[in-house]
Design a protein around this ligand. Structure first.
Ligand SMILES: NC(=O)c1ccc[n+]([C@@H]2O[C@H](COP(=O)([O-])OP(=O)(O)OC[C@H]3O[C@@H](n4cnc5c(N)ncnc54)[C@H](OP(=O)(O)O)[C@@H]3O)[C@@H](O)[C@H]2O)c1
Length: 235
């Protein structure tokens, strides 16, 4: 595959960092978007551009897109959960923030960056959804946002497929990243009982699927969601 320009939101940490590393190994140029890069080991590395942006601020996305320029591959990976809020005690501003970061920003980035992809009749988009969008998750707005992202993947696969663009997503069960710091020990223990190997996934295991969907995956695979949950939600 020729060298591609790849935008990876949240490519500084966790699953996104594993995707960034794998894309660099394949010889691609990457642009990472996140809020801070203090701990990111890829700063200063060849073919890496880091752009600070809080994706909850949707009105800044057009300016972000200008700074990024045209891309071939979009990895909508940034996201977070906030399990401390219950459905009946979920502050409106926290609901709005998680919907912006986990659903509206990814959709808006698909709208923006698919314009050039359409012109060049080629593009690959991969969204990081979650098992939370499939099972009815206790962090209700996280689950709602990720369910929305799975459906957006199908809609955009249909809208963009005739332009040489594929849109797919992954739905991981818990992964060993910083995000799990927000989860209770009790819930983590309970979940591990449902997983065939009794452990959480490693970020690299999720990145492998994301990178495949964004590179080698045939064009005919479009609008799908790869469940990566080690039998915790077989269907
Ligand atoms: N870990 C899991 O158990 C799990 C399971 C299923 C799905 N996922 C999904 O996987 C994706 C990556 O999460 P992770 O597990 O790798 O967790 P992580 O290590 O906490 O990474 C989250 C990433 O999202 C970025 N991010 C969060 N809020 C942002 C904002 N407002 N603006 C810009 N960037 C923002 C973070 O960058 P900054 O903090 O620097 O802004 C970071 O790069 C998320 O979409 C998550 O929902 C995770």
């Amino acid at each position: 595959m020729s060298k591609k320009r790849v935008l990876i939101t949240g490519g500084n940490k966790g699953i996104g960092l594993a995707v960034s590393r794998a894309m660099l190994e394949l010889g691609h140029e990457i642009i990472i978007v996140a809020r801070e890069f203090e701990t990111c080991p890829l700063i200063g590395v060849k073919d890496v551009t880091a752009i600070e942006c809080d994706l909850s601020k949707l009105d800044t996305l057009p300016a972000l897109a200008k700074e990024v320029g045209d891309i071939d591959i979009l990895i909508n990976n940034a996201g977070y959960m906030q399990p401390k809020y219950t459905y009946d005690n979920y502050p409106v501003e926290r609901r709005d923030n998680i919907m912006n970061v986990d659903l509206y920003a990814p959709v808006e980035l698909m709208n923006i960056f698919s314009e050039h992809m359409k012109k060049q009749k080629y593009g690959r988009i991969v969204n990081t959804a979650s098992i939370a969008g499939q099972i009815g998750h206790p962090d209700v707005w996280y689950g709602i946002a990720k369910a929305g992202l799975i459906n957006a993947t199908k809609i955009y696969g249909k809208l963009l497929g005739s332009h040489g663009i594929t849109v797919n997503c992954v739905a991981p069960s818990p992964v060993e990243t910083d995000m799990q710091k927000d989860n209770s020990e009790e819930r983590k223990k309970e979940f591990k009982k449902t997983v065939a190997t009794g452990r959480f996934a490693e970020p690299e295991e999720i990145a492998k699927a994301i990178v495949w969907l964004a590179t080698d995956c045939p064009e005919y695979i479009n609008g799908i969601c790869i469940d990566i949950n080690n039998c915790s939600y077989p269907r």
